[in-house]
Design a protein around this ligand. Structure first.
Ligand SMILES: *Cc1c(COP(=O)(O)O)cnc(C)c1O
Length: 382
């Protein structure tokens, strides 16, 4: 079976994890801070906080921005459910902005129109969560300008996008956002098994998220409201969680991060080759903006004949090719449908979903395997 995504684990990765196993700390030791420092250096954000998933990073990101009851968070319908769920965890409500049919990302023009309407009804969002879908960066400058005009905060869900660049600068630097979140699930660009991170340039948000990640508890005397009773002393300042990542994962992440550029380069080569090999097929190949570099987490094609998608999917599966569909629009999930009094329609997202198919893409995919995928796809399309 050729999967749609797969991790790369080297002997160095294994050695790094094994070394931690015989060290003094399995958690709360030196490896996680080292990994965070490396993430911060790599992405250009001042602070990086490693968490046990992108989902938990999104949660503490929303909490630190004080998303709560009565607030509204907007996101894209073409994402994994976690990008929207984070707002619901905080008691806020969620609404969706349709995608741009060419980039698959939140459409800045649709956002502008929706903000204008919401402004007249006093229903502006507190936070907008944007997703760099497939690793293709959003039009951050346009979205950031709107955030200044309409006074909302921005979280970048960059679960797909470590290693990508927007206007020649690394995704994760938070130049046009308050917080950026990465995922280190094994199908993503680098992995820690489960894991994620929240990055920010704001010392206030970093402090809040650091507390929330670990029970709301601090041992820093500077943050206490009384002098410490002694060395054992700690104080709880907020209702936090245990969203910490282990030292084993920190060591693995550190080791993986060393190869991120090499892997994104390999992914780019594979994607470029797909586009070349598929140029005459009756599909739409993915967009690449001139002002950004995708990390190519996913290679999503759209069938010109959506009615054939299920059949093409089946045929490829039967040939041992693990194609997939990213994503089922979040607003069509039963849980979300129940939250809205009337059905919302997002025509671009729905059209995209009906025709989308993710082809296998990961650094270890061989040229032979890729050619096999292309040939099987072309056959299935006939
Ligand atoms: C994978 C993913 C998540 C969730 O990541 P976890 O690390 O599994 O919690 C969130 N958002 C997007 C866009 C994702 O692809």
């Amino acid at each position: 079976m050729i999967p749609y995504g797969r991790q790369q684990i080297s002997q160095e990765d294994i050695d790094a994890v094994v070394e931690v196993l015989s060290s003094d700390f399995l958690t709360q030791g030196p490896k996680v801070p080292e990994f965070e420092q490396a993430l911060s250096t790599y992405s250009g954000a001042r602070y990086a906080l490693a968490t046990n998933s992108a989902t938990s990073a999104l949660h503490i990101a929303c909490c630190s921005l004080e998303v709560g009851k009565g607030d509204i968070v907007w996101t894209s319908p073409i994402t994994f459910v976690a990008s929207a769920n984070c707002a619901l965890y905080c008691g806020a409500s969620v609404d969706f902005v349709d995608i741009d049919p060419s980039t698959y990302n939140m459409c800045p023009e649709a956002l502008r129109v929706k903000l204008e309407q919401a402004s007249s009804q006093a229903k502006l969002p507190k936070v907008v969560v944007v997703i760099h879908m497939c690793g293709q960066p959003c039009d951050m400058k346009a979205i950031w300008l709107l955030s200044k005009q309409y006074n909302f905060k921005i979280i970048e869900d960059a679960s797909h996008a470590i290693g990508g660049k927007y206007q020649n600068q690394p995704i994760g630097n938070c130049k046009y956002s308050d917080i950026t979140v990465f995922s280190f699930h094994p199908v993503k660009i680098i992995t820690t098994g489960e894991g994620g991170a929240a990055l920010t340039n704001s010392p206030v948000l970093a402090d809040k998220m650091r507390l929330l990640r670990s029970h709301g508890v601090t041992r820093d005397p500077m943050l206490m409201d009384t002098p410490p009773h002694g060395d054992w002393y700690y104080q709880q300042h907020s209702l936090g969680f245990n969203y910490r990542i282990t030292e084993l994962q920190g060591a693995l992440g550190l080791s993986q991060l060393r190869r991120v550029d090499e892997w994104v380069q390999k992914r780019t080569q594979i994607a470029t080759r797909y586009t070349e090999l598929l140029k005459d097929a009756s599909i739409i190949t993915p967009f690449q903006s001139g002002e950004s570099d995708s990390s190519w987490h996913l290679y999503v094609i759209q069938l010109k004949k959506p009615s054939a998608r299920a059949m093409v999917y089946e045929k490829l599966k039967n040939a041992g090719i693990g194609v997939n569909v990213h994503y089922i629009p979040v607003h069509t999930q039963p849980y979300y449908k129940k939250l809205f009094s009337k059905q919302i329609q997002l025509p671009n997202a729905e059209a995209y979903y009906s025709a989308a198919l993710s082809l296998p893409l990961y650094p270890g995919l061989t040229e032979m395997e890729q050619l096999f995928v292309v040939n099987q796809l072309k056959e299935a399309l006939q």
